[in-house]
Design a binder for this molecule. Structure first.
Ligand SMILES: NC(=O)c1ccc[n+]([C@@H]2O[C@H](COP(=O)([O-])OP(=O)(O)OC[C@H]3O[C@@H](n4cnc5c(N)ncnc54)[C@H](OP(=O)(O)O)[C@@H]3O)[C@@H](O)[C@H]2O)c1
Length: 322
């Protein structure tokens, strides 16, 4: 059962300051009169983002987050960088929380840390990052660097990126979890050729909180074994590359939306693709990557309203796949 991330009485609240609201409003396609009215009296979003429980703790996690690969690897002062506060505002305003990064993503961790600090938004985010190196010492040094770059003394989720030296890093992470330096631990991958190894690690490591894996309408291999296995083992699933890295969305962009899109609350292809991913019951959250506030708002809207189940997609997905 989906549950709203927060009650109406909590909105607007500390999650969205007036300055943040104005930045967000500037990113939305409203006329100037509407903007002026809206800025004077912020209205709550039409509906709240759904949440799903993290199996290991039952903590409620909002179903749409933000991936930072490429989008947040931007230099301060650039036009792309100046858009990024609006991305975080759009995520938080819609009730989202999860921000996924990695030391592999250029300066994305640094960008995330400095923007959250500048806007005093650290408490609103569920910060997920990764370790991506070999050796115990190098892993510890890289993860310490992530704490510094993200400007936090507690990381919500630390993941072993693409299973690189996973045994070594999971030993460190289990100790850090006991010390409450990291709240959750997990593993990630992004390609079907690695699913055999991912499955073996999931079965061998009984205390993983999260699996992050690719899943999209055009890359459905995770449905066969990994997603059901994660559900059986009580492991939360974060879906990366929900737009197939962007290519799937680009292929669909010129086509009219299906007639049923409105019935499931979708006004864009991005929302259709995200609702497809969320239609799998093993999925806890999807993290579409973006550096654009209007895309973040579009994506976050997919987390609200009805989320059709697998039976719906069995009937309706084939028409999109053609
Ligand atoms: N092994 C791993 O751990 C791993 C591997 C891959 C990805 N990841 C994580 O998963 C995240 C998502 O994957 P991804 O970024 O590779 O691919 P993705 O989410 O499937 O697609 C991202 C692309 O879609 C575009 N986009 C996003 N929202 C849009 C919208 N509403 N309308 C139109 N275009 C939109 C983005 O461009 P704009 O910036 O212009 O919006 C970007 O080009 C990554 O950012 C990263 O955090 C992890």
């Amino acid at each position: 059962m989906e549950t709203p991330a927060s009650t109406p009485s909590q909105w607007p609240d500390a999650r969205l300051t007036r300055a943040a609201f104005l930045r967000l409003a500037a990113a939305l396609p409203l006329g100037s009169a509407a903007m002026a009215n809206a800025a004077a009296a912020p209205q709550p979003p039409a509906s709240k983002m759904n949440t799903r429980p993290i199996p290991s703790t039952r903590e409620a996690l909002p179903v749409i987050g933000c991936g930072t690969w490429i989008g947040f690897d931007r230099r301060p002062g650039s036009a792309e960088y100046q858009r990024l506060p609006g991305v975080l505002d759009a995520l938080f305003a819609a009730g989202g929380k999860v921000i996924d990064s990695s030391p592999m993503y250029g300066r994305s961790e640094e960008t995330t840390g400095e923007l959250l600090a500048a806007a005093r938004q650290r408490d609103q985010g569920f910060l997920a990052t990764k370790v991506w190196t070999t050796g115990r010492k190098a892993g510890i040094a890289q993860m310490e660097q992530s704490f510094a770059r993200l400007r936090t003394d507690r990381i919500d989720l630390m993941q072993v990126h693409n299973l690189v030296d996973w045994k070594t890093h999971l030993a460190t992470l289990r100790a850090w979890k006991k010390q409450d330096r990291v709240r959750y631990i997990g593993i990630t991958h992004y390609t079907a050729s690695a699913y055999g190894e991912v499955e073996a690690v999931l079965r061998a490591e009984k205390q993983l909180d999260f699996l992050q894996i690719n899943y999209s309408l055009d890359a459905r291999d995770a449905e066969h074994r990994l997603l059901p296995l994660a559900a059986d083992l009580g492991v939360a699933v974060i879906v990366n590359m929900p737009f197939g890295g962007g290519g799937l969305l680009r292929r669909l962009q010129g086509r009219p939306l299906p007639a049923w899109a409105g019935e499931i609350g979708c006004t864009s292809w991005a929302q259709v693709l995200l609702k497809f991913v969320l239609g799998h019951p093993a999925v806890t959250c999807a993290i579409p990557g973006t550096g654009r506030p209007e895309h973040m708002a579009d994506n976050a809207a997919a987390g609200a309203g009805p989320i059709p189940d697998a039976a719906f997609w069995r009937s309706n997905a084939p028409a999109i796949e053609r």
